[in-house]
Design a protein around this ligand. Structure first.
Ligand SMILES: Nc1ncnc2c1ncn2[C@@H]1O[C@H](COP(=O)(O)OP(=O)(O)OP(=O)(O)O)[C@@H](O)[C@H]1O
Ligand SMILES: [Mg+2]
Length: 469
């Protein structure tokens, strides 16, 4: 037989969510990092190849232009009265191109404003040896092609510096675009990771939900078929089926045992009644023993009755007769039948409250609470009916010692009779009353709990889902 607090089972989603977050975060990070690496590699290689292509195209066209200019210089300086300055001026130099002539150890430049050049010495040497040479250098962060053309016929060398300024701005735009795309791809990757992780953990979330439903007592829940998780689903469902069978077998056993106890108890009860008729002829020890026997058998009979009720509920064999019940009427009738002096307070909005329930069971639950108030709290001082959202709440208040906060879930356990009650056998009760109440309330989809009563004692409250009339 299962035991444990039946009231307001703690739910576990918080912990579940926390655990899921770890896996999800890892998947998101993996996707994000993967996307970042791939997009960075793509961006870098695209940039590299585009740059190489553009530079080689520009180099070809610049070389062609420089060679044409060199031929022009050669023609100009071929004339007898030619001057180097005129020759330089005649060369078409657009877009910041600077041209130089090296003649007999002296440099001549097309632009007067700029002194000095970035022409590498190695290149100059190559040209002086009679080769056409070129090299890409950076002048002030601008890639610049330096070309040197020897003109041995007139004993000079012609040089040109062509900055690829437009090229560098094109490449800057390209770099910006590629970076933006890479960042967007990374974010996209993380997003896909988030989506994939959700899909990934969904079957596990199902497992968690089903498992917590089962833990909450809904034993006929099973995992749906999932092609990815077939072995897990099968093992899980088999396990639950085995568990359910076992629990049902235990419950049936308990129910059978209590059932079997009933008839001998009835016989014993009847025999004690009979013995009672001979009470006057018994010695005083005999009457004491008879009284004790009477008391204990009465208690035993009650306990067996309660146990049988609980066992029937456990075995799922309780046949609850559901009907629409006007809660206020039920409470008024029950309280009036129990003790008409107990006031019933009804909130105006609860006046029409209707629940779907088994009248006998609901009445029994309320009677158990009234009994407890009587036995443990000096009698109920008020019963109230109110509303809490879409639930109707019936509360029984007493002015007794109340229930300590630490005991507020324990009191719903089977055979729990309170820390203050001392040894078993000290009190009349068997500790099954509230367990049975919790069982009944649960069968109605409701909740039961203990709180402080405004009258100073305990308040036992039952909340039941309301039925729309
Ligand atoms: N109104 C109350 N005030 C103080 N303590 C209470 C009250 N109701 C219940 N309790 C405590 O909770 C314990 C469990 O209650 P429960 O009704 O389950 O068992 P019982 O009353 O001892 O026995 P039974 O109802 O089976 O005859 C009680 O023994 C008592 O210690
Ligand atoms: Mg009781």
């Amino acid at each position: 037989m299962t035991s444990g607090p039946r009231a307001a089972l703690p739910s576990t989603p918080g912990r579940v969510h926390h655990r899921r977050f770890g896996l999800q975060a890892r998947v998101i990070i993996a996707f994000g990092v993967g996307a970042a690496l791939v997009s960075a590699a793509l961006a870098l290689s695209t940039f590299y190849f585009v740059r190489r292509d553009l530079v080689s195209q520009r180099t070809t066209s610049t070389l062609r232009q420089t060679l044409a200019n060199a031929r022009l210089v050669r023609v100009e300086l071929g004339a007898p009265s030619a001057r180097i300055g005129d020759a330089l001026a005649s060369v078409a130099t657009a877009n910041g191109v600077r041209s130089f002539i090296y003649s007999h150890g002296l440099w001549y430049s097309s632009s007067a404003s700029v002194s000095g050049t970035a022409i590498p010495a190695s290149l100059t040497q190559l040209v002086h040896r009679g080769d056409v040479a070129y090299e890409l250098v950076d002048i002030g962060a601008v890639p610049t092609l330096v070309v040197g053309v020897p003109i041995p016929a007139i004993g000079i060398s012609y040089f040109e510096e062509s900055p690829f300024a437009d090229l560098s701005s094109t490449l800057r735009v390209l770099a910006t675009v590629l970076t933006t795309v890479a960042v967007a791809t990374t974010a996209g990757g993380a997003l896909v990771g988030w989506w994939a992780s959700r899909r990934l953990v969904r079957p596990l979330t199902d497992v968690v939900h089903v498992a917590s439903d089962i833990a909450g007592g809904t034993l006929d829940r099973r995992l749906p078929d999932d092609p990815d998780l077939q072995p897990l689903v099968r093992a899980f469902n088999d396990m639950v089926t085995a568990l359910q069978r076992r629990i049902e077998r235990d419950a049936r056993f308990a129910s059978d045992v209590t059932h079997e106890l009933r008839s001998p108890l009835t016989t014993i009860g009847a025999s004690i009644e009979l013995l009672g008729q001979y009470r006057s002829s018994l010695p005083s020890e005999g009457t004491t023993a008879l009284d004790m026997l009477h008391l204990e058998v009465g208690r035993f009979t009650d306990m067996v009755q309660e146990l049988l009720e609980i066992a029937t509920m456990d075995a799922g064999a309780a046949d609850l007769q559901f009907s629409d019940v006007r809660l206020v009427d039920l409470v008024r009738i029950t309280v009036a039948g129990y003790d008409p002096s107990i006031p019933v307070k009804v909130e105006p909005e609860a006046e029409a409250s209707c629940v779907r329930g088994d009248k006998r069971r609901l009445q029994q639950a309320l009677l158990n609470l009234l009994d407890n108030a009587e036995t443990h709290g000096g009698g109920a001082v008020a019963v109230s009916v109110s509303r809490r959202g879409d639930r109707a709440v019936v509360a029984v208040d007493d002015a007794g010692p109340g229930v300590a906060p630490a005991e507020r879930t324990l009191v719903f356990e089977r055979f729990y009779r309170g820390a203050a009650s001392g040894r078993r056998g000290d009190t009349e009760g068997s500790g099954l009353g509230l367990a049975l109440v919790a069982e009944h309330v649960r069968a109605h989809g409701g909740e039961v709990w203990v709180a402080d009563s405004p009258e100073g004692g305990a308040r036992l409250a039952i909340a039941l889902p309301e039925e729309a009339l």
